[in-house]
Design a protein around this ligand. Structure first.
Ligand code: ADP
Ligand code: MG
Length: 238
């Protein structure tokens, strides 16, 4: 579970082509990073996969099934947003449990899943706090917890660390990589940060103006960049 396939997926906003027809394969269990400068279409591509935007043309397959017309909630994916989008008046426990409550999951099962997510994310001691009483990194983990409890076939991250300070970013990078190693679930991770891409990815997708410039492992991109854009982008970390 967690194989995602894009076939000639295109997105236009009015007359503007943001994503020209594009093919992409994400294998089950892979950690794939979409990287590219601001405005190149990373978020749009992720939102197309999540179903938050409709494709102009082309098809999206999830685990072999055509998901192009499926509502976001039916795709079995979990999106983790840049802004934490936590409910400030709810405890951590309630924030994490929220998607399960909405789905009508029995209380005993909710508690089991929340406890599991809290253990995996080192949040067990913070379950009764509210988001305002947490650090930025802890808040980000709660947002990830809310994704974990839904047992998605893939996690979609849109620049999840961009609100954090530099030291915390390094920490969270390691935590998300470790989470991937533990869960072995497909992750698609959007960033404009070359260092995040190089250190976290199994496979990097380099985008420029909606076009896939190159797909490859960090080593392949580093040693055999296909063009000057990839070479410059990968070779010049901030
Ligand atoms: P990134 O995430 O790489 O910074 P985005 O996917 O957010 O880039 O945006 C890609 C391009 O699509 C940008 O030029 C942006 O202005 C445009 N765009 C994104 N969403 C919309 C929208 N809802 N309507 C019109 N243009 C949009
Ligand atoms: Mg974006």
């Amino acid at each position: 579970m967690g194989k995602i396939s894009l076939q000639k997926v295109e997105k236009r906003f009015g007359d503007v082509s943001v994503i020209p027809p594009l093919d992409l394969e994400v294998e089950d269990g892979e950690f794939v990073v979409f990287v590219g400068p601001s405005g190149c279409g990373k978020s749009t591509l992720l939102r197309l996969i999540a179903g938050l935007e409709d494709t102009t043309s082309g098809k999206i397959f999830i685990d072999g099934a055509d998901a192009t017309q499926l509502a976001p909630a039916k795709r079995g994916l979990a999106m983790v947003f840049q802004s934490y989008a936590l409910y400030p008046h709810m405890t951590v426990r309630k924030n994490i449990a929220f998607p399960l409550k909405m789905a009508g999951v029995p209380q005993a099962e909710i508690e089991e899943k929340v406890d599991y997510a809290a253990r995996v994310l080192n949040l067990s001691n913070y379950l009764d706090r509210r988001p305002g009483q947490l650090s930025g990194g802890q808040r980000q983990r709660v947002a990830i917890g809310r994704a974990i409890v839904r047992s998605p076939s893939a996690f979609l991250f849109d620049e999840p660390l961009s609100n954090l300070d530099a030291a915390l970013r390094v920490n969270m990078r390691l935590e998300i990589t470790e989470l991937h190693q533990n869960l072995k679930t497909t992750m698609i991770y959007v960033t404009h940060d070359q260092v995040e891409a190089m250190t976290m990815a199994d496979k990097i997708v380099v985008l420029q103006a909606g076009v896939v410039e190159q797909v490859g492992s960090p080593l392949e991109l580093y040693h055999r960049p296909r063009n000057i854009f990839v070479a410059g982008f990968i070779g010049s970390p901030k």
